[in-house]
Ligand binder design. Structure first.
Ligand code: DC
Length: 227
C-alpha cells in the first residue's frame, strides 16, 4: 500500500492527538506528538530555572540546547510512543498546567524550533507517519499528502483539558484552564516564527459538534482517497 504523510495542526485541546493516535493505529503508521517535544524542552528549562513569569534566560537556553536529548519510545501497553527527555520518561511531568503555562513562550524561540523541526523531518523521511502540532502542514511537511486543521470553541476545549487534568488528579479551576487555553491561542497564532495558521491546502475539521466516532469517519474518508 502507498505510504503517505498526514499533518494535523490546530489549536490546543482540539483532540488532535486522539485523532492522530486513532489514525496511526488503523493505518499501522508512526504517530509523533510534537507538542510533547516542546513540552519536554520547557520542562528541562523550568528545572534549570531559566524561565520565570517575567523573564526567559534565552542566552543560557540556546547555549545548552545540545544538552537536551529527546526521543520517543513505543509503549506496547498504551499503544503509542512516550516522550523521553535525556533517557527519562517525562510523560507525566510534561502534562501539568505549569508546563502548559510556560510552553508557548518557549515555543517562540527560533533556535528551539529549528532543532525540533529538524528532528521531526528526520522522523518523517520514510513517510507512513501521522504528526500533530502547530506548524506541521506549513513548515515541517509543507508537501504532506493530507493536511488537517482542527478547531473547536475555546470553552469546549477548556472543558476537555479541565476534565483531563482533574482525571489525572490535578487541582485546577475551570477559569484558569480557560485562561490558559486563550493565552496559548493568542501566543501560538501571533508569534513571529512559524505561527499557527491554516495551510492553504488544509481541510478544516471543527469538532465542537462532532463526536469522536463521527470525526474519525470523516477523516478516514479523506485519508482513504490518498491511499
Ligand atoms: O499540542 P500541545 O498543546 O501539547 O502543545 C504545547 C505547546 O507547544 C503549544 O501551546 C504550542 C507549542 N507547539 C508548537 O509551537 N509547535 C508545534 N509543532 C507543537 C506545539
Amino acid at each position: 500500500m502507498k505510504k503517505i504523510t498526514i499533518a494535523i495542526d490546530g489549536f490546543s485541546s482540539t483532540g488532535k492527538s486522539t485523532l492522530a493516535k486513532q489514525l496511526a493505529k488503523t493505518l499501522g503508521y508512526v504517530y509523533v506528538d510534537t507538542g510533547a517535544m516542546y513540552r519536554a524542552v520547557t520542562y528541562f528549562i523550568m528545572q534549570n530555572n531559566w524561565i520565570t513569569p517575567t523573564k526567559i534566560d534565552k542566552l543560557a537556553i540556546v547555549k545548552n540546547l545540545d544538552k537536551i536529548n529527546l526521543h520517543f519510545q513505543f509503549n506496547e501497553q498504551l499503544g503509542y510512543a512516550e516522550m523521553y527527555l535525556n533517557n527519562k520518561n517525562v510523560e507525566k511531568q510534561i502534562r501539568t498546567l505549569e508546563v502548559s503555562q510556560n510552553v508557548s513562550r518557549i515555543a517562540e524561540i527560533s533556535e528551539i524550533r529549528a532543532k525540533l523541526v529538524q528532528q521531526q523531518q528526520e522522523m518523517g523521511k520514510n513517510k507512513a507517519i501521522v504528526m500533530d502540532g502547530r506548524d506541521i502542514g506549513t513548515v515541517v511537511f509543507p508537501n504532506a499528502d493530507v493536511k488537517l486543521f482542527m478547531t473547536a470553541s475555546a470553552e469546549t476545549r477548556a472543558q476537555r483539558r479541565f476534565n483531563e487534568l482533574v482525571e489525572n488528579g490535578q487541582r485546577v479551576s475551570f477559569a484558569e484552564v480557560l485562561e490558559n487555553v486563550q493565552q496559548r491561542d493568542y501566543i501560538d497564532t501571533h508569534r513571529e516564527d512559524s505561527p499557527l495558521v491554516k495551510a492553504e491546502d488544509a481541510i478544516v475539521i471543527d469538532n465542537s459538534v462532532l463526536t469522536k466516532e463521527e470525526q474519525f469517519k470523516v477523516v478516514l474518508q479523506i485519508v482513504n482517497k490518498h491511499l
